[in-house]
Ligand binder design. Structure first.
Ligand SMILES: N[C@@H](CCC[C@H](N)C(=O)O)C(=O)O
Length: 286
């Protein structure tokens, strides 16, 4: 029977099963199936998906993320903070600042230590990508989607789209507790105008420095938090003149708060916690 060691970690409740591929070996063709198996709350461990911590020839480590439906994502903000914590605490890196490779490029992580444990991590997530061709979505590839009318399920909405290496569409709502996360979320996720699917975010503006946020994630459904989504929400809020470029914004997610700054230099800084839940050995059912 195939088995592997895992660590379950979370960033604001967005939880994944992490496997250290510096030590473990998993068959490439089986990765989508492994992600589905470990994520199952009844017959697996239970998680939003699977994250692999891999050797890299471009950075200190490489992250690969699989959603709980087995699809592979290109980036994961909460996952990056957990990978940074794991890499420091398992001595895969020597420094407190280092690069992580993702399928959408390189990012820079900086950890804050307390009693030799990583508590907070800041990740420079790079520059947001705004063109329709970069989301990707239908329409003129050289144009941006800022407060643009789109019809979903027979109703018109004003939406903004942002890629943080993965696609996001942002809807503004008056009351976050009434946001149609589980009804509109799955319809928008699979809308054919988003050729690769899309992560769907609902945002209530509290003030120039504060947002409420809920998410329906592509490939995983409702999660407690989405780091790339929170970055996209802040970029969108600057573009819609709700918040200011170069100022830190607190994003209140279901699982807790992130500090996000779309800096004047052009990149997006995300700061938040990373926690270990448990470790163990998983026995794969064939
Ligand atoms: N939870 C993540 C994003 C995970 C990937 C996403 N569902 C996708 O398919 O793009 C985050 O914290 O950013």
């Amino acid at each position: 029977m195939t088995s592997f060691k895992f660590t379950k970690m979370h960033g604001l409740g967005n939880n994944y099963i992490y496997v250290n591929l510096f030590e473990e070996q998993l068959e490439e063709a089986k990765l989508p199936e492994i992600a589905k198996q470990v994520s199952n709350v009844y017959t697996g461990i239970g998680s939003d998906g699977l994250i692999l911590i891999c050797p890299s020839d471009k950075a200190a480590v490489k992250m690969r993320i699989f959603n709980n439906d087995g699809s592979e994502g290109k980036n994961c903000g909460n996952g990056l903070r957990c990978v940074a914590k794991y890499a420091v605490e398992h001595k895969l890196v020597k420094d407190t600042e280092f690069k992580i490779e993702t399928l959408s490029g390189l990012v820079e992580a900086k950890v804050q230590l307390k009693n030799n444990q990583v508590k907070l991590v800041t990740v420079d997530m790079g520059e947001p990508r705004l063109l329709k061709s970069q989301i990707p979505m239908a329409g003129n590839g050289n144009e941006k989607t800022i407060n643009e009318k789109m019809e979903f399920d027979g109703q018109l909405y004003e939406v903004t789209t942002v890629s943080m290496g993965n696609p996001h569409v942002i809807f503004y709502v008056d009351d976050i507790n009434q946001a149609p996360v589980t009804t509109l979320g799955p319809i928008v996720e699979k809308d054919e105008r988003f050729q690769e699917g899309v992560n769907v975010e609902f945002v209530q503006v509290v003030s120039e420095r504060e947002l409420h946020f809920r998410v329906w994630e592509r490939g995983s459904g409702v999660t407690q938090a989405c780091g790339t989504g929170a970055c996209a929400a802040v970029v969108s809020s600057v573009l819609n003149n709700y918040t200011n470029h170069g100022e830190e914004t607190t994003v209140h997610l279901a699982g807790g708060d992130l500090q996000i700054n779309w800096t004047k230099a052009g990149t997006v800084l995300m700061t938040g916690p990373a926690e270990v839940i448990c470790e163990g050995t998983y026995y794969l059912s064939e």
